[in-house]
Design a protein around this ligand. Structure first.
Ligand code: MN
Length: 202
């Protein structure tokens, strides 16, 4: 694990639920690599928030690096895919947006990036559905094809901003239906063909 890049507002319906304008393009932010929680069943509820949100996302794991990679060659960098949850202190994010301040405390806190095992994958990216449940009740359910930037476009765009390297992870954005979770909740994320992630907030 080297670096964790994340795409914001990469599904139009989620962009709208967050109050974004339809002309706002997706963008990148980052989490520290030590925010990643490997599959194991439990995630500590973070301090300093009254409004922790789940965001289920397709995660791209890179097995090769490059800079200024073309869209046509971008998928050559992919090692595989995982299911990830971009945990977000929504209250701190809203305050940061209001004040024009950075998002680290809202997005890059300890254990803010639980992921499933990485499924090795070559060729066309996953195209099925992405879902999230809380205590077995479905909260997010969308088609990966709804992404505004597809996987190849995300990798190409990221490689224009940073030199990408093996071990980099890219969270590709969440569909609509984000919402709060509390201590004790059991969160399940699933992507057709990729895998499943389940954890309990403790
Ligand atoms: Mn996200």
């Amino acid at each position: 694990m080297r670096r964790v890049l994340c795409v914001g507002r990469n599904y139009a319906a989620h962009r709208r639920e967050m109050g974004g304008d339809d002309r706002d393009p997706p963008f990148f932010f980052a989490k520290p690599a030590d925010a990643v929680v490997p599959p194991g069943g439990q995630v500590a509820f973070p301090p300093k928030t009254q409004n922790l949100h789940y965001e289920v996302e397709l995660v791209v794991a890179l097995g090769a690096g490059g800079a200024d990679v073309s869209v046509g060659r971008a998928l050559d960098l992919v090692l595989g895919y995982a299911v990830g949850v971009d945990l977000t202190r929504r209250d701190l994010q809203s305050a940061a947006k209001d004040k024009g301040q950075p998002w680290e405390a809202a997005k890059g806190f300890d254990a803010s990036a639980p992921i499933s095992a990485i499924r090795r994958w070559a060729g066309a990216p996953p195209q099925g559905r992405i879902r999230l449940s809380v205590n077995d009740e479905i909260r997010q359910d969308a088609a990966l094809g709804e992404m505004i930037w597809n996987v190849a476009e995300i990798i190409a765009e990221a490689s224009r901003l940073w030199r990408l390297e093996p071990g980099d992870l890219i969270f590709t954005g969440t569909p609509e239906g984000v919402g709060p979770v509390v201590r004790g909740d059991r969160v399940g994320g699933e992507i057709d063909g990729v895998g499943r992630l389940v954890f309990q907030l403790i």
